[in-house]
Design a protein around this ligand. Structure first.
Ligand SMILES: Cc1cc2nc3c(=O)[nH]c(=O)nc-3n(C[C@H](O)[C@H](O)[C@H](O)COP(=O)(O)O)c2cc1C
Length: 244
């Protein structure tokens, strides 16, 4: 694959938050998961495991749990002024339809015991690596990213649905996941049911420094706050999918 083709795929991949009911062929799911296992991981530990969920009743139950979690998130997020609020929570919300509409979910799970593959000194230091847990999450994020890219390469849409501790234990119970394995991200996959709006990205020259940190590009606290407000205005359309 040439660079332009790779960049084209990366630019084409978009977060999709509402899906058509059309099923995704099993061989596509297998291809996606086969791609995922080629992701980089610290010490090549490969801590990931995937649960493929297609059963409609299970997806419905997961979507209900997600809705409860989103109602809770709304209460917390609504303590911010609307200009700073995440666009999903501008009004009381049970979350976006992506989750419930997807024909298939890939539950990205991982086994933290595999961190033993890394060197012992690594467990003593935090620093840029963020310590063992930092590495663990980076491993899983790398693998999740491959899932999204592989789905895009097959003409499919995908969503990165975060799982947090407020509902992860429920998911584990529902899917009979052993205690030691944790669930990190749910990736709903399917064919987009709306025209996904163009993405926003910061300009390259704003984020690149040569040889040393270019102080003229340093953003103050106020710059960051203004950036987030501007970001909200630029990304709100990506979450406005309910009535499309
Ligand atoms: C760590 C992480 C967590 C995310 N969590 C969610 C999520 O819970 N729900 C969601 O719809 N998108 C989620 N996203 C997707 C981002 O919102 C999305 O990648 C970003 O807005 C850029 O849009 P794009 O994916 O269309 O380029 C997450 C992405 C990452 C990397």
């Amino acid at each position: 694959m040439e660079f332009d083709e790779l960049l084209g795929l990366m630019r084409r991949r978009r977060s999709v938050r509402k899906f058509k009911p059309d099923p995704v062929p099993d061989e596509y799911i297998e291809k996606i998961l086969d791609a995922a296992r080629w992701a980089m991981s610290g010490a090549n530990g490969q801590p990931w495991e995937f649960i493929v969920v297609k059963d409609k009743a299970t997806i419905k139950k997961l979507a209900e749990m997600h809705a409860v979690n989103n109602r809770r998130n709304y209460v917390i997020e609504s303590t911010r002024v609307p200009e700073m609020r995440h666009p999903s929570y501008l009004k009381p919300s049970e979350g976006l339809p992506g989750f419930a509409t997807a024909p298939v979910l890939i539950m990205v799970c991982a086994d933290p015991r595999v961190l033993q593959a890394s060197t012992i000194p690594f467990h003593f230091y935090g620093g840029g690596e963020g310590g063992p847990l930092g590495t663990y999450y980076k491993n899983i994020a790398n693998c999740t990213q491959y899932i999204h890219l592989a789905a895009a390469a097959l003409g499919l849409g995908s969503q990165w649905a975060s799982v947090n501790n407020s509902w992860e234990p429920q998911i584990r119970r529902l899917l009979e996941i052993p205690d030691v394995i944790s669930v990190h991200t749910i990736v709903p996959i399917g064919y987009p049911d709306y025209k996904v709006p163009p993405p926003y990205r910061r300009k390259l020259q704003e984020m690149v420094h040569y040889e040393k940190y270019d102080q003229s590009k340093y953003r103050t606290e106020e710059d960051i706050r203004d950036y987030i407000m501007e970001l909200r205005r630029k990304t709100v359309q990506s979450y406005d999918v309910k009535d499309k």
